[in-house]
Every structure is written in C-alpha cells, then in structure tokens.
Write a protein that binds this ligand. Structure first.
Ligand code: GLP
Length: 245
C-alpha cells in the first residue's frame, strides 16, 4: 500500500520531500540516493541546497544514481539530465562528483551502457531511497506504458505523449530525443524506500489511476503498490481526483 501525504501546494510538497531525503542522509550519511529529473523535483532540490548551505545537511558521503538520460545528447547539452543535475543540485551541495552517476546518453552502444549501469547499481549495494516523479502517462524514469515490466536498465523509445510533454524544454519538438536509457522497473522496485512526488491538476488523472486502477505495465507507476515502503507526497491538486467516483 502506498502511504499518501497531502500537501497544500508545490512548495509544501517540495519541503516535505526534502525533509524525507534529509532524514535519510542524516540517519545514513553514506546513503545511495536514486534521483529524478523533471520539473517536479526542482523545488525539493532547491530546499536541499538551502539546508546544505546552512550547514544542516552534509552530502560528502552520499552516493547517487539517476533514473534516466536521453540517448544521443552530449553531457553538456542544456537538456541532458547530466546538465540538469549539475545545475539543480550537484553544483551547490558538497557532494563528491565522483559519487554521482547518470546513464551515459552519449554512449551509442546501448547494450554496453545499460549493462554497465545495472552492474554499477548492484556494486553500490542497491538504492536506499529512490525519488520519483510521474509522467502524465504513468511513466517512472522513462519506463513508458508497455506490455511487460522491464527489469533492468534498458533503452526505450519515448512515447509520443512524453515527447509532447518534454517538447516545452526544447526549441522545437523535432529536437526532443526519441530514445533514452532508463533504470528498469526491477531496479526501481529493489530500492529499500521509494518517495514519489506529484503536483498540479494535470497529474490528478494519472495519480488516481496509479492508486485506484489495475496494477499493469500500461500504467508503470501502478507497480509501486506492490512495494513495501512507498510514500506519495502530493499536493491537493494532484490528489483532487482520488476520492471522486
Ligand atoms: C520526465 C522524466 C521523469 C519525470 C517525468 C515527469 O520525462 N524522465 O523522470 O518524472 O517526465 O516530469 P515533470 O516532473 O516535469 O512533470
């Protein structure tokens, strides 16, 4: 069962999510954190930066693995997730960059890159706390709706709806990469704890589907209901359809 924490708004969601991550790092300073991109976690990362600057939080021993990366973008492309993590978190906290990991989207050898990433996660001893956003179509990481749940890191073809949703970050839709490398559902489900965050009315239908609909690879996030320790922190807007018939 997914624990649900309702927040007033986006800022309240961001602070509460940062509190959970902060508690994890305080209790286990060398935690392996699974990190996410997208607009939803930006406020949470800003809060973590603020607490780190105040000296309330110490990332010096933290290790991270990100969920996904576009295939074909160089690291320093301003829409790569490598760049996103640098600009939104890593640059501003005392993390050792050698302890941060993101699939290498510039490696054209998908098989080799995905195998490397899977082994890396294993070698780190698994993920202590995985942060997730959710796509409008229920994707987590870049695990798009499919016929089966993918186990390990793999190459995916992005859904048209994902390309539409992410086109806002690119000059035009044609520039959005068609493929990505993403952690698999098996790797995500192996995390000891999972924290999923959502904000805004646009996410309300998929949040309802995730919680109330069938557990199916057609709604990848629905599998989280089978994980023993998942918390959803979402604002009233994102939860607004949950109790409607
Ligand atoms: C992106 C990412 C996901 C993210 C999702 C939602 O494409 N690959 O990890 O959770 O879409 O993004 P947003 O938070 O901007 O709604």
């Amino acid at each position: 069962m997914i624990k649900i924490v309702e927040t007033r708004d986006y800022n309240d969601m961001s602070r509460k999510a940062a509190n959970v991550i902060s508690a994890q790092v305080i209790l286990k300073p060398d935690s392996v954190l699974g990190l996410a991109t997208g607009s939803t976690p930006v406020g949470c990362y800003q809060t973590l930066v603020h607490w780190c600057e105040k000296g309330d939080l110490d990332f010096s021993k933290v290790r991270t693995v990100n969920l996904d990366e576009y295939q074909g973008l160089e690291k320093w492309h301003d829409q790569s997730y490598y760049y996103f993590m640098r600009e939104n978190l890593f640059k501003y906290v005392n993390i050792n960059l050698d302890n941060t990991n993101i699939p290498d989207g510039s490696n054209p050898d998908a098989e080799a890159e995905c195998a490397r990433y899977h082994e890396l996660i294993e070698s780190m001893g698994g993920i202590d706390l995985q942060l997730l956003g959710i796509g409008n179509n229920g994707h987590i990481g870049f695990n798009e709706p499919a016929d089966v749940f993918a186990d390990k890191t793999h190459k995916v073809e992005l859904a048209e709806s994902t390309i539409d949703a992410n086109a806002r970050f690119f000059k035009d839709r044609d520039e959005v990469p068609r493929f990505a490398y993403t952690m698999g559902i098996g790797e995500i489900m192996s995390a000891k704890k999972i924290l999923i965050i959502a904000s805004g009315k646009a996410k309300a239908p998929i949040i309802r589907e995730m919680i109330k609909g069938p557990v199916t690879p057609k709604v990848p996030a629905s599998i989280l209901r089978f994980h023993p320790d998942v918390t959803l922190i979402a604002d009233v807007d994102a939860l607004s359809l949950l109790n409607k018939e």
